[in-house]
Design a protein around this ligand. Structure first.
Ligand code: SF4
Ligand code: SF4
Length: 380
């Protein structure tokens, strides 16, 4: 059986020359960019543009990586476009393009920025569910998925599989949360969208990642690498191993492997280029929230009185901008005098509010029992 190629290049900074050299090296191990695109192809570059963050916050795919790749696509005679749909409720997409640095790339290289909302959408079906996906996906000849390695307080991990969830336009992303309140149901939807939007190539920004309470309010963590593969499931699996997280504990990875969407065994992967050492001290969010699904609902209601983790706001950091209130899919938040207020009985714990906060004002408030059980929740 032929092994699945995963290419890795060392990359210690976002300095343009270093990024370009690492990118060349990484892609050359897979036969070069030309083996994926033809002249005049419309090539959709899909970075992670979760919120209007500055590049050094490490929330979004770094613009230097996007720029260098866009330049290479142009050299091949193809047409790169950059597109994404941020999380939550927002009015001003310009702010996102500007903060993330993608607007500068567009001006410098003369390439189009595609707003997934205004591009229109089409309905795609999988596993008996309907998903609206941006027309930008349909219009592209080639899709290059450009995720960043980050933790995720709800899904544990966000990388190749989860990044394609951004092809669902706008607030519909939060609405899917509402319709699939259990974490494993939501992970199934994330996998469906990955399968439906299936990228041609996945190129991972692992120069700096995010650890702790990601994907928006965690801590930047230097990892020093760029990775690439045509198989996003294999990439996510490999990176989990590298960061000492068993891949089956990440619901989206486990489900994608089970569905045969990609390679889930290290022994079936052909690692080309640099073989990085395992990162022993990467900080993961607690993943025990998933275990509550195993408990019968009558019992879980009683247990949840004592065993909970829920979003809370630090008043010292909150600017009372209400972005989080408008992004809640079940209206479990309302405007407050100093900070927004929660109605926890309606909250489905999707953490959309936490993802969109531009001021890192959220934290997860945890009961004593939750904290106690977290200590026994090992990543092995
Ligand atoms: S928590 Fe964040 S998003 Fe919500 S009102 Fe405060 S600053 Fe705005
Ligand atoms: S308040 Fe609860 S339901 Fe609303 S966005 Fe936050 S976590 Fe999701």
């Amino acid at each position: 059986m032929e092994k699945t190629p995963i290419s890795i290049a060392k990359c210690n900074s976002y300095a343009p020359l270093e990024i370009q050299e690492s990118l060349n090296e990484c892609l050359n191990h897979l036969g070069g960019l030309k083996s994926f695109i033809n002249k005049k192809d419309r090539v959709l570059l899909k970075p992670n543009m979760l919120r209007a963050a500055q590049p050094d916050e490490q929330v979004t795919t770094h613009p230097q990586l996007v720029e260098s790749l866009a330049g290479m696509v142009l050299e091949e005679g193809a047409i790169p476009v950059i597109g994404d749909s941020p999380g939550g409720f927002f009015r001003d997409i310009e702010k996102f393009w500007k903060s993330t640095g993608y607007q500068d790339i567009s001006k410098k290289l003369g390439i189009e920025l595609v707003n997934f909302e205004s591009a229109g959408s089409y309905i795609s079906k999988r596993s008996g569910k309907k998903y609206p996906l941006s027309r930008a996906v349909l219009d592209a000849d080639v899709i290059i998925n450009l995720p960043k390695i980050k933790t995720h307080s709800l899904t544990l991990f966000t990388c190749a599989i989860k990044n394609m969830y951004g092809t669902v336009p706008g607030f519909t992303k939060a609405d899917i949360h509402r319709k699939n309140p259990k974490p494993s149901e939501f992970a199934e939807s994330v996998v469906d969208v990955y399968a439906l939007s299936r990228p041609t190539l996945n190129l991972v920004d692992g120069v700096w990642g995010m650890e702790g309470p990601g994907p928006s309010g965690g801590d930047p963590r230097k990892l020093g690498m760029i990775l690439a593969s045509t198989d996003g499931v294999a990439l996510d699996t490999y990176i989990c191993h590298l960061l000492k997280m068993p891949p089956h504990k990440v619901p989206s990875t486990r489900i994608a492997i089970k569905q045969g969407l990609g390679e889930g065994k290290l022994e079936n992967m052909d690692i080309r280029g640099w073989n990085p050492p395992v990162v022993d001290d990467f900080k993961w969010p607690s993943n025990i929230a998933y275990s509550v699904e195993m408990i019968p609902s009558s019992l879980s209601r009683a247990i949840m009185k004592f065993w909970w983790a829920r979003p809370a706001i630090n008043p010292d950091k909150c600017k009372n901008c209400n972005i989080c209130v408008e992004s809640c899919p079940v209206q479990a938040m309302q405007h407050g005098v100093l900070v927004p207020e929660f109605n926890y009985s309606d909250c489905i714990n999707c953490l959309c509010c936490m993802e969109v906060c531009p001021h890192r004002a959220f934290y997860q408030d945890k009961s004593k029992l939750y904290n106690l059980t977290s200590r026994f929740s090992s990543s092995d």
